[in-house]
Design a protein around this ligand. Structure first.
Ligand code: CAA
Length: 257
């Protein structure tokens, strides 16, 4: 029987999702991306889950889109595969997604990490967009998200040379939230996830939504979204509880509504 491409483990309100194609360094075939999108969407709808962690296992995050599945493709083949829609489903999730990166996050693997909300990386991890060495360019957000995350000059160098950033370099550049020993990546990602999972769930989702929206839109539009979500939170029980607890000098008991 063939192994599942995606593994899921739920502990408390944190879901750990692991890419499981180690023989091909988790190369993202359309099938793998489809399974990933479906899995994450199901977890996004699961009320018992607050935060998702995405890992590629202990030695690799993902070595990119599946080159063997693309080598002889025509533009129409690529269009008909519609992996664009699969990527958009990943970017449309509503709950926080933390990338836990060991080893290489190259090409589509780097783009997968960049599509997450937070990145925890091991000291031996590397982030790169090597597509230029294959005669193509990033096609799943790399040229846009890297420029926003690192600034256009560093991103341009990465995209035009194909040379990766080491995890310490990525951390210094602001791309990595937590830099830890390689064998501590999952523990650190879980710890970060557990902390966010304890926060009022609706506030977490609306704050995340405003922040992500702001990165993709103008400041004026982002400010509007921020204000709308901010006002909406005054309709949650957790806002009443959070402020009452502050005034009564006690620890808040959030219910997630
Ligand atoms: N696609 C398909 N198969 C891949 C792959 C990929 N992206 N990356 C690795 N593999 C396969 C290899 O072909 C090899 O399979 P076989 O054992 O059957 O030969 C296996 O995984 C192990 O890989 P290596 O032997 O190459 O392992 P290594 O440790 O020597 O090198 C590596 C590791 C430096 C990551 C190297 O595998 C590599 O350079 N991979 C390709 C990285 C890349 O170019 N990614 C961009 C892809 S294009 C893209 O992602 C487009 C986009 O924007 C969406």
């Amino acid at each position: 029987m063939s192994q599942p491409l995606i593994l899921v483990e739920i502990d408390s309100s944190v879901a750990l999702v692991t890419l499981n194609r180690p023989d091909a360094l988790n190369a993202l075939s359309p099938e793998m991306l489809g399974s990933l999108a479906e899995t994450l969407e199901n977890l996004d709808r699961d009320e018992s889950v607050r935060v998702m962690v995405l890992s590629g296992g202990q030695s690799v995050f993902a070595a990119g889109a599946d080159i063997k599945a693309m080598a002889s493709a025509s533009p129409v083949d690529i269009y008909l595969r519609n992996t664009r829609q699969l990527w958009q489903r990943l970017w449309a999730l509503d709950k926080p997604l933390i990338a836990a990166v060991n080893g290489v996050a190259f090409g589509g693997g780097c783009e997968l990490a960049l599509g997450c909300d937070l990145i925890v990386a091991g000291e031996g991890a590397r982030f790169g967009q090597p597509e230029i060495k294959l005669g193509i360019m990033p096609g799943a957000g790399g040229s846009q998200r890297l420029a926003k995350a690192l600034g256009p000059y560093r991103a341009m160098e990465m995209v035009l040379t194909g040379d990766p950033l080491s995890a310490p370099e990525a951390h210094a550049a602001g791309l990595v939230n937590r830099l830890v020993a390689d064998d501590q990546v999952l523990a650190a990602a879980r710890e970060l996830a557990a902390k966010i999972a304890e926060r009022p769930a609706v506030a977490v989702r609306l704050a995340r939504q405003a922040l992500r929206y702001g990165v993709e839109h103008s400041l004026r539009e982002g400010l509007e979204m921020e204000r709308r979500n901010y006002r909406l939170l005054y309709d949650t029980a957790d806002q009443k509880e959070g402020m009452a607890a502050f005034i009564e000098k006690r620890k808040a008991k959030f219910k997630g509504g």
